[in-house]
Design a protein around this ligand. Structure first.
Ligand SMILES: [Zn+2]
Length: 334
C-alpha cells in the first residue's frame, strides 16, 4: 500500500477497484486469496473487498459470406482486375459479440491457400460504419441483411496462386479495442481466374463484376483456341449471371468465329475442327448451336454422321438450342 502513494486513497481511506481478468468456464468454482501489506502492519487493520463481474468475451457468433448477388459464395475471383474499382466483392451477414465496454476495432477476411494467409480483404466502407463501434448494452454489433462486407484489392488478389484449379479457405478475423481477437471459418471456395487475352467481343458487364472469370484449367483451354473470339464466361465469383441461366461455374464460354452466323456446312466444319483438336478437343463437352435437325438443314447434314477423333459422335456434342444464332456456347470439362 505504501508504494501507491497517498493520492491513491480517497477520504475514507479506500483505493480504486483493481481489476484482473480471469478466464473461466461455466460452473467453475474459483478460490480467491487476497492479502494487503503495508509498513507497520501491526498498527491498523487493512480491509480488502472482493467483487466479481462477468465480462463478455469477443466472438464472431454468426457469419454468412455471399456472392455479389447475395447467394452463398462458392467461387472467388482471385486475379487483378478493374471492376468495382479493382476490388473483388464479398457480400454477407455477420454478428460479433463483445463486452458492453469494449468496441470492435477491426474486421478482415483472410484468404488461406496451402495453409498460409496469402491475401486479406478489407471491411467495406459502409460495413465499417455499421460494425466498428462499441458493443453497447446488447453486447453485439451485426449486419443481418446481406450486403457488401469485404473488398479484396487487386494487389492482394495478385498474391493468390491461380495457376491450377483449387480451393481457398476463408476466415474472418475480429479485433477489439481491448486487444481481444476472435476468428470464424467460413469454409472453402473454388478459385476463378481472369481471361485477359484480347480476342473478345461484346461488352465486359462491369456492373456484374466482369464477364471474364473462369477456372484456371478452362483459361488454358480457351487461350489455346486462338481462332475464336470470346464473349461471356462467368461474372465475379461465379453464380447467377443475368441474363444467362448457366455460365455460373467458370466452365461455360460463349464464342464466335468469322462465318459462324451462317450456321452452314462450313460452320459445322470449323466446329468439328475444334472438337478434333488433338490437345483440348475432348475437353469441350458440349457445343450449343441454334439449328434444326431436319434433312434440309445444311449444318445438321454436315454433322449428323460424323464421328470425332476421340470416338464421340458430333451430334451428341453439338446440341441444338434457341438463342445461339450469333454465337456458340461451350461447356468445358471440369
Ligand atoms: Zn452462353
Amino acid at each position: 500500500m505504501n508504494g501507491l502513494g497517498l493520492g491513491a486513497f480517497d477520504s475514507s481511506g479506500a483505493t480504486e477497484w483493481r481489476e484482473t481478468p480471469l478466464s473461466v468456464d461455466k460452473d467453475d468454482t474459483i478460490q480467491v486469496d487476497i492479502a494487503v501489506a503495508n509498513v507497520a502492519d501491526g498498527l491498523y487493520d487493512s480491509p480488502g473487498c472482493c467483487g466479481s463481474g462477468s465480462r463478455k468475451k469477443l466472438s464472431i457468433t454468426s457469419l454468412a459470406l455471399n456472392d455479389i448477388d447475395n447467394r452463398k459464395l462458392k467461387y472467388l475471383s482471385t486475379a487483378p482486375h478493374s471492376y468495382f474499382g479493382g476490388n473483388t466483392r464479398v457480400h454477407g451477414t455477420i454478428t460479433v459479440e463483445g463486452d458492453k465496454d469494449d468496441e470492435l476495432q477491426s474486421l478482415v477476411l483472410e484468404i488461406i491457400q496451402g495453409g498460409n494467409v496469402v491475401a486479406t480483404a478489407n471491411l467495406a466502407t459502409d460495413a465499417k460504419t455499421q460494425l466498428l463501434e462499441p458493443f453497447g448494452e446488447d453486447e453485439k454489433v451485426e449486419i443481418t441483411t446481406s450486403q457488401l462486407l469485404f473488398e479484396l484489392p487487386s494487389a492482394q488478389a495478385a498474391n493468390i496462386n491461380g495457376a491450377t484449379n483449387g480451393t481457398l479457405s476463408l476466415r474472418v478475423k475480429a479485433k477489439s479495442s481491448s486487444g481481444e481477437e476472435a476468428t470464424k471459418d467460413f469454409g472453402a471456395v473454388e478459385i476463378l481466374v481472369r481471361y485477359t487475352n484480347s480476342n473478345r467481343y461484346g461488352l465486359r458487364d462491369g456492373n456484374q463484376g466482369g464477364d471474364d472469370w473462369i477456372k484456371p484449367s478452362v483459361k488454358t483451354i480457351i487461350e489455346h483456341f486462338s481462332n475464336i473470339t470470346v464473349g461471356d464466361m462467368s461474372n465475379m465469383n461465379g453464380g447467377k449471371f443475368s441474363p444467362h441461366s448457366t455460365h455460373q461455374d467458370g466452365r461455360h464460354v460463349d464464342g464466335w468465329f468469322n462465318g459462324y452466323n451462317a450456321r452452314d456446312a462450313a460452320t459445322a466444319a470449323t466446329i468439328i475442327s475444334h472438337l478434333n483438336d488433338a490437345t483440348y478437343g475432348s475437353k469441350i463437352l458440349t457445343v450449343y448451336v441454334t439449328y434444326q435437325q431436319t434433312n434440309t438443314n445444311a449444318f445438321w447434314n454436315a454433322i449428323k454422321n460424323v464421328t470425332l477423333n476421340d470416338g464421340r459422335m458430333a451430334k451428341d456434342v453439338i446440341k441444338p438450342i434457341n438463342g445461339h444464332t450469333t454465337h456458340f456456347h461451350w461447356i468445358i470439362a471440369p
